[in-house]
Every structure is written in C-alpha cells, then in structure tokens.
Design a protein around this ligand. Structure first.
Ligand code: 3PG
Length: 212
C-alpha cells in the first residue's frame, strides 16, 4: 500500500461514480450534496475553480450527513492546505507536481494524483502511489488507452475523469484497472441553477446503479 492508499480506497469504493462539482454559489452546496447522497453518491468532489468552492467544502463537511467531501483541481500546496482546513476528506489533482507530493506527504488526508501517460504513472508508482486519477480520460485516449496500460502497469488502479457520461461509463467501469469514474454530468449547472434537487437525485441514482 502506498501513501494513505487504504483510506483513499475506502472512499472511492463507496460508489461507481464520483460527482465532480463546480459550485458558483455556496448556498447551493448543501442541497446539492444532499441530493447526491440521496441518490447514493456519498463521495463528492468539489473543484477549486470558483470563489465559492472552499466555503462549499466547509458547508458540506459540516452539514451533510453521510457525505465524504473532497476537493478537486488542487494545483499547489496552498490549495491542498486550504482544502484540508475546510474539511476535505480527500484531495484530487489533475496532474502531479513535486510540491503537491510534498504537501501530501505531510498530511493525513489522501491525495488522488492525476496522470495521463505511462511515464507519469511510473513516476507516481516510485513515490508509492497505486491509485491515480486518469485525466483527461476521453481526450487522452479513452478506455482503450487505459486498458493498454493495465498489463505493463499492473497493480495500478485508476479513477478516470474527463469527458465521461452515462453513455461511455461502462467502457471504463468494465476495465480491471478502474475502481471508479468521475464526472460532472450528474450535477449539470442548469439543474443546480434551477434548484432541481430531485432531478439531481435521479441522475445520481442512475450513476449509482452503474456496474461493469
Ligand atoms: C474535471 O476535473 O473537470 C473532471 O474530469 C470532470 O470532467 P467532465 O466535466 O468532463 O466530467
């Protein structure tokens, strides 16, 4: 087991799909997270792409029972520390830097680091990581590409994200080296803006029911 691998796996194995959220208004965070949890999706990634993101993590961590909130789009150590201070239970990055690896080494909160090539995977493997985000999945080569990595890079498991939806989810979930997938399709911005929490619970339930 690599760095904090067990605690990361215990979160990622809760469900087949980790919702990737872009939250513009922190007031939507709690009802949105409750809607996702009601549909079965407990592990939730809030991306640090908006000003509201840290407050959203704080609110979900404090108020949404059953949610395991994580922070995504973490690009540096300052992001990492702020996200952990806000209550993130896991950290996701689109790629990997030495600074991020150093921040993760000093933290009890697990990092799901991004990789898109065999060399990047190998570098992370040398650091002890065996559970990685494959990003951007569709654009980098899709399920066929990831499948091709499974034999030479045996023992590495991925959570692919980027361009995944209900349509191609099973292509990934059926691969032996995929533990879960990530995607924003379960929380479309139109439904968030409309406060259509029932609609989001329906999308979450469909995603939760996905199997290989
Ligand atoms: C991301 O970090 O942007 C995720 O990969 C989500 O990608 P998607 O919006 O294509 O699902």
């Amino acid at each position: 087991m690599g760095p904090r691998t067990e605690s990361l796996l215990s979160i990622l194995k809760l469900q087949p799909v980790v919702p990737v959220l872009i939250i513009e208004d922190a007031r939507t965070a709690v009802p949105l997270a409750r809607a996702l949890v009601a549909g079965g999706l407990k592990a939730i990634e809030i991306t640090m792409r908006t000003e509201a993101a840290l407050e959203a993590v704080r609110l979900v961590a404090a108020e949404v029972e059953g949610a395991e909130v994580g922070a995504g789009t973490i690009l540096n150590a300052a992001h990492f520390e702020a996200a952990v201070a806000a209550g993130s239970k896991f950290i996701v990055s689109p790629g990997t830097t030495q600074e991020l690896l150093d921040a993760a080494r000093g933290s009890s909160v697990p990092l799901l680091p991004g990789a898109a090539t065999a060399s990047e995977v190998m570098a992370l493997r040398e650091e002890g990581y065996s559970v990685l985000k494959f990003f951007p999945a569709e654009q980098a080569g899709g399920a066929a590409y990831l499948k091709a990595l499974s034999s030479p890079l045996a023992g590495i498991q991925f959570c692919p994200t980027g361009g995944i939806s209900l349509k191609n989810a099973k292509d990934y979930l059926s691969l032996p080296n995929v533990i879960c997938i990530g995607g924003s399709w379960v929380a479309p911005k139109e439904l968030i803006a409309a406060g259509d929490w029932a609609g989001i619970t329906k999308l979450a339930s469909e995603a939760f029911a996905l199997t290989a």
